[in-house]
Design a protein around this ligand. Structure first.
Ligand code: ATR
Length: 268
């Protein structure tokens, strides 16, 4: 019996119960995924409660993805690099923190384009944005030998610091990026620009982009952002934000249900 849950505030609009109940069913596993609305003062108390109740693990959402770290016993590499945790596994009474955003993104990319990572040496990637989401995605992409992974951001300093921290290729301004879109095979919007209720906004125009380029938006509300609408008009391949959302949940589910992710493995 897998007892799973989500800690955050707010949690009521979350799609996670639906996704995880479906994954449990598809894998013939018994379990339940529970929403646990948590006030800042109750974070530690609620985590203790989850441990005491025999939960297998839980997800963490805003505003506790960083704050939760002080309650954990171990951090897996992706969570350490990002300084943020979205998935916790409770194993032998110990709490292990993971961040599945980057790996979830990669899974969504491979689902759209199965050979993209295999051909990494011939591919150039442009990441728009230099916040937490950009960091998770860039960190995972940089595990493959891409020709280049460039980061463009409104604040150039932030792009520079992320490029330096992760060992990415180049940093540039959004304006510079718009002038060289033809050289990229994958362009990812990791900013919140275009998110409802600001649907008409777009982080950069897509003039000059090659047809067939993968245009990817992590915004999933609305599904069809202005960025992706323009990408479709330009005959690009589209990677929707809801795909990343789904696969980061699948990654969390694997961590909870696959013995490969146990404590001994992490220590080994
Ligand atoms: P997250 O953790 O969700 O990535 P974040 O750390 O606040 O959130 O980062 C938001 C990203 O969206 C940043 O790259 C931000 O650019 P700045 O670093 O220059 O602030 C980008 N962003 C937000 N609003 C933007 C806008 N109107 N135009 C361009 N970029 C924007």
């Amino acid at each position: 019996m897998f007892r799973l849950g989500l800690i955050g505030n707010p949690v009521s609009q979350s799609k996670s119960p639906h996704i995880h109940h479906k994954l449990l069913q598809e894998n013939n596993l018994k379990g339940h995924y529970q929403l646990i609305h948590t006030e800042a003062d109750n974070l530690g108390e609620n985590i203790e409660w989850l441990k005491g109740q025999g939960f297998t693990g839980f997800n963490v959402t805003v505003p506790y993805k960083e704050k939760v770290i002080e309650y954990l016993d171990f951090l897996e590499d992706s969570a350490r690099v990002m300084g943020s945790v979205n998935t916790v596994k409770i194993d032998q009474g110990k709490l292990i923190g993971y961040n599945t955003d980057g790996k979830g993104y990669i899974r969504s990319l491979i689902t759209l384009s199965p050979n993209f990572l295999k051909d990494a040496e011939t591919k150039s990637v442009l990441i728009l944005g230099a916040g937490g989401a950009a960091k998770g995605i860039a960190h995972q992409l940089l595990q493959s030998p891409f020709k280049q992974v460039n980061i463009a951001n409104r604040s150039l300093k932030r792009a520079q610091s992320l490029v330096n921290q992760l060992g990415a290729s180049h940093f540039l301004t959004l304006t510079e990026a718009t002038e060289e879109l033809a050289q990229y095979d994958l362009i990812i919007n990791t900013t919140s620009v275009g998110m409802s209720p600001h649907e008409s906004e777009q982080v950069i125009p897509l003039n000059g982009v090659k047809p067939g380029t993968i245009i990817s938006d992590i915004v999933y509300k609305p599904k069809w952002t202005s960025f992706l609408i323009e990408a479709k008009q330009r005959n690009c391949q589209l990677l929707f934000g809801e795909s990343m959302l789904y696969y980061q949940a699948v990654k969390a589910f694997e961590i909870w249900t696959n013995p490969k992710y146990n404590l001994n493995q992490l220590r080994g």
